[in-house]
Design a protein around this ligand. Sequence first.
Ligand code: NAD
Length: 386
Amino acid sequence: MGKAHSLAYAAMPMFFWPPPAVPHRKVIAEMTDQLAQSAASRFGSESWTTDWRRVVDDPEIDIVDISSPNDTHCEIAVAAAEAGKHVICEKPLARTAEEALQMVEAANRAGVTNMVAFNYRRTPAVALAKKYIDEGAIGRVLSFQGTYFQDWSADPKTPLSWRFKKSIAGSGALGDIGAHSLDLARHLVGEISSVVGVLQTHITERPLEVGSHDRPAGPTGTVDVDDEVHTMFRFANGAVGSLGATRNAPGRPNFDTFEIHGETGSLYFNYQRCNELQVCFTDDEPDRQGFRTIITGPEHPYGEALWPIAGVCIGYAETKIIECYEFCRAIAQGIAAEPDFGDGYQVARICEAIQLSASSGTWIDVPPLDRQSMPVAPDLKGVATT
Ligand SMILES: NC(=O)c1ccc[n+]([C@@H]2O[C@H](COP(=O)([O-])OP(=O)(O)OC[C@H]3O[C@@H](n4cnc5c(N)ncnc54)[C@H](O)[C@@H]3O)[C@@H](O)[C@H]2O)c1
């Protein structure tokens, strides 16, 4: 993610001109001198450090961007907010809802702009789906069916990286990729009010990592997070939904999809064809009924800033560039960023409700996100978040 975020800071003003800000990549933190030095020269940072606290304490720094593993998010974000820095943090916001709440409270108390990096929202085709729903093009939304399938952990020889360790990751497929889909469900349809789910760990032992190299024949360690989650949910507005997420789906490298049915139309998105949105509107002429495919381009959300011709296509990097733009725009305009730490916290609460449901076998209610009861920074009070 350090690569994706660094590229976004460099490229954002080339796409969004005039830019809300021109970011300077001042300092990059890594674990060792060698990693930090190499990251700085590769990703265009003016300097490097092996102690993130030096970044947080540096008066020249305005933005702290957290792209390290999940166990580091809370401590760095709280320290950065307390030092008055604007903070963007990778998903999942934290390992637990309790940690995520600490981050929300620290950011709100300090009055700093904060964002959780749910970048799939920024895919133009997803933003187009949001626009159609908000305009009422598919009427009242009835249902959301999401999948987030990846294939990289299907091989039992995939080493025991931090993503398989609860103490670092918090959870497995649920928080790693399911969280992205839960964000899309909330973003596109509305607040999730209750959940029921199952979690499964298919491969319980994996070869230990040695540095960053695979050592399939060596000693193994225990996986203590889920490999796979399936959940159904109810939305507060009466819609219903479901999600399956796994990193053990051979043939599905990044099968992040949703299908949404409304009273007067349907929408289908598959990230593996991320320049396309499939739409069906029931007010089309009877002989034209059915799904058709829109290729996103200059006419669609963020399109003017991207490439001048529909179909020349965007990829993952552009979602991070747009995310960077939205974050810098929120800072420059003094408005709340979206999705913010509050959204990351709510997704963490939904994930915990799914875990509780999986162990109890029952539906679990998710309390609504009560932004009014959270500490609110004076300069953000009353600012609409849409
Ligand atoms: N938004 C997305 O689509 C997306 C995709 C992948 C990962 N992520 C998230 O990004 C974060 C990083 O994931 P990744 O795939 O880049 O992981 P990674 O393991 O590839 O890289 C993490 C890097 O952080 C460094 N690091 C660890 N602790 C550190 C510390 N205390 N100080 C400085 N550097 C430290 C490691 O040395 C490593 O280089 C995770 O939270 C992950 O969930 C988000």
